[in-house]
Design a protein around this ligand. Sequence first.
Ligand SMILES: NC(=O)c1ccc[n+]([C@@H]2O[C@H](COP(=O)([O-])OP(=O)(O)OC[C@H]3O[C@@H](n4cnc5c(N)ncnc54)[C@H](O)[C@@H]3O)[C@@H](O)[C@H]2O)c1
Length: 384
Amino acid sequence: MSAESTIGIIMNGVSGRMGYRQHLVRSILAIREQGGVTLSDGRRVQLVPILVGRHEDKLRDIAARHGIADWTTDLDEALADPRWDVYADFLVTEARVPAITKAIAAGKAVYTEKPTAATFEEALELARLAKAAGVKNGVVHDKLYLPGLRKLKRLIDDGFFGRILSVRGEFGYWVFPGDGVPAQRPSWNYRAEDGGGIVLDMFPHWNYVLENLFGRVESVYAQTATHVPTRWDERGRPYAATADDAAYAIFGLAGGVVAEFNSSWDVRVNRDELLELQVDGTEGSAVAGLFGCKVQHRSATPRPTWNPDVPDQHDYAADWHEVPITQEFENGFKVQWEEFLRHVAEDAPNPYDFLAGARGVLLAEKGLESAATGARVDLPEVTV
Ligand SMILES: NC(=O)c1ccc[n+]([C@@H]2O[C@H](COP(=O)([O-])OP(=O)(O)OC[C@H]3O[C@@H](n4cnc5c(N)ncnc54)[C@H](O)[C@@H]3O)[C@@H](O)[C@H]2O)c1
């Protein structure tokens, strides 16, 4: 942090979906707009971003649109400049490790999208390098900041569930193959050779959700599929989808909770939200989504009896009650950015580091191993 209380942030990959919308506009510019990050003693630290990317025209356009003075296509030059304290990475997964490795060598604090790498070995190496260099490091854990999951966390902390028995996660939606209606995700997501695949994309999220809410993931059994083998890219050209686009997994958690997650880009939504987690416990159950969270207490549980001869008139949906909103929820990416910047500025706690990121990549890797071998795979505890 420089003397005039600003933090300079190198933002690499701001032309991408996540880099532009969630990290630049909804987080860094929103924090800048509010006058910076407030530290524990009330001081404010303002942010100064520099945009980095491969295409001059895109950078110039974004910089002009948002009144940003600094941009460059030369990452090395930005890393060599002491004005910039933090390196932030929103690149395609495949490009991430070399860029972060350089940023660590340059002594920058590093904040990155997940997955931190495409393999566990590389992800762990990043954690090792960051520790050896003494640079602060953080990884996006955005799902933990969703209003629905924060309400769920409060229920857990309040002991609402009694003993938690199981978690069922349903995630997914129909991603158009791209012929006719354009695909709503980048084509690299569907090519294994470009770091794609729903396991590598989503299992890092499931790992931090599970370990922070229910317990460490100790084992995984997964079956994957490439249900749609041909898709059409951003230019309308057909390509072979080589990566998994659906995964059906069972995670064994420390303490005995069983978590079962379906992740798919090939399902049509018949749920309230694109992600839903049903948690069942001895005293009550909850269904949490991105925004909502509904509960059913033991005392209000109906007593269904199975009878295929009589149409069931019971309205099961009516047995659930929405958890009221009792606090304001800000954009989760922004909240986590502020926490990380406090970690940089005044050493505030930051549990979501490269080691947490490596655990997420390990779950993806072991999930793919399980899918390839058909066996349940145990996950070792990870240390640097
Ligand atoms: N936290 C979340 O909820 C979430 C959601 C989606 C994606 N992601 C992650 O964010 C990252 C970016 O995903 P996205 O959907 O924004 O992708 P995207 O394709 O929209 O953007 C990728 C960015 O990387 C740049 N890029 C592409 N190839 C490059 C290369 N070879 N070298 C340098 N730069 C390159 C592009 O110019 C672009 O700026 C991925 O790692 C993805 O896993 C996270």
